[in-house]
Ligand binder design. Structure first.
Ligand code: SF4
Ligand code: FES
Length: 285
């Protein structure tokens, strides 16, 4: 049942927040505060009120406060969400907040996004041209038609918030080497771009044991994504390109069909993070 409208201005909301200080804690500990609700109060506003009026040591990360920078991802009432984009009025009188699952905790609600960025880098998320000299010193625009833009524009809205990785059941079963939905969706964003010729250069990472083959199509990533990127759809499109070895646009051969599984390339900069394991108290992994 949606609790929308149930709260009145001045009603007290109970905020239960997972704390973790690496200098003193061996596991997460929970702390509870009460905050007066007012219309428009977001979870990020609520955390600011706690920090400014009740406990200045509470750590969380934010920047834009408008769902654009991707830095305020947290696990809120059982789902990965952006704190600045989540209305307390839609959650009810109890708000439970912890750092993102499938991520290390740096402090309190600050999740370590470095492994997400490393996964992203591993798929080479930029236009790769056949002509490397031209790629490094472009002498002209690389033009494309509206139809060509349409093939990837949906997937280009990623803000690297890592909510999709936090929701991913494969990552939560300790396959933290899995490239994950964010990186794979961004790989497809470039593979599908008419200006890009880099699918073969990316194929070893994408077709390896931690690439698309590890995705079990649960779809939790797409449900969690606040920007409508739909990583699960991108991964299916990417899988088709890698299986057929042909461009979706032109049908031209791109890569050999999926190579046999083997160890990931030695230089792949994805280190399995050792998550802080703790009972989040809400049934989450
Ligand atoms: S695909 Fe969506 S959920 Fe995943 S990092 Fe990008 S914006 Fe966030
Ligand atoms: S503060 Fe930037 S997305 Fe929430």
């Amino acid at each position: 049942m949606s609790p929308r409208g149930a709260l009145k201005p001045g009603d007290l909301v109970t905020a239960r927040v997972a704390r973790y200080d690496p200098e003193r804690d061996r596991a997460l500990r929970w702390q509870t505060w009460q905050v007066a609700w007012k219309p428009g109060l977001t979870v990020l506003d609520l955390l600011h009120q706690i920090k400014e009026q009740q406990d200045g040591t509470l750590a969380f990360r934010e920047a834009c406060r408008m769902g654009v920078c991707g830095s305020c991802g947290m696990y809120i009432n059982g789902r990965p969400r952006l704190a600045c984009n989540t209305q307390v009025g839609e959650l009810g009188r109890r708000v439970t907040v912890s750092a993102l699952p499938n991520h290390d905790v740096i402090k309190d609600l600050v999740s370590d996004l470095a492994p997400t960025f490393a996964r992203h880098r591993a798929v080479r998320p930029y236009i790769i041209r056949d002509d490397h000299a031209e790629m490094n010193q472009p002498t002209r625009e690389y033009r494309q038609t509206p139809e060509e833009l349409e093939t990837y524009i949906q997937f280009s809205g990623c803000i690297t918030c890592s909510l999709c990785l936090a929701a991913c059941p494969i990552a939560s079963t300790n396959d933290l080497a899995f490239l994950g939905p964010q990186a794979l969706a961004q790989a497809y964003r470039y593979v599908a771009d008419s200006r890009d010729a880099g699918v073969a250069a990316r194929a070893q990472v994408l077709s390896g044991p931690h690439g698309v083959v590890s995705c079990h199509l649960a779809g939790a990533c797409s449900e969690a994504c606040p920007k409508g990127v739909d990583p699960a759809l991108a991964i299916q499109f990417l899988n088709r390109v890698l299986l057929t070895g042909r461009s979706e646009r032109t049908g031209a051969p791109l890569v050999e069909a999926r190579p046999p599984a083997g160890p990931p390339p030695a230089d792949r900069p994805v280190a399995p993070p050792a998550n802080v394991k703790a009972d989040r108290g809400d049934g989450s992994p």
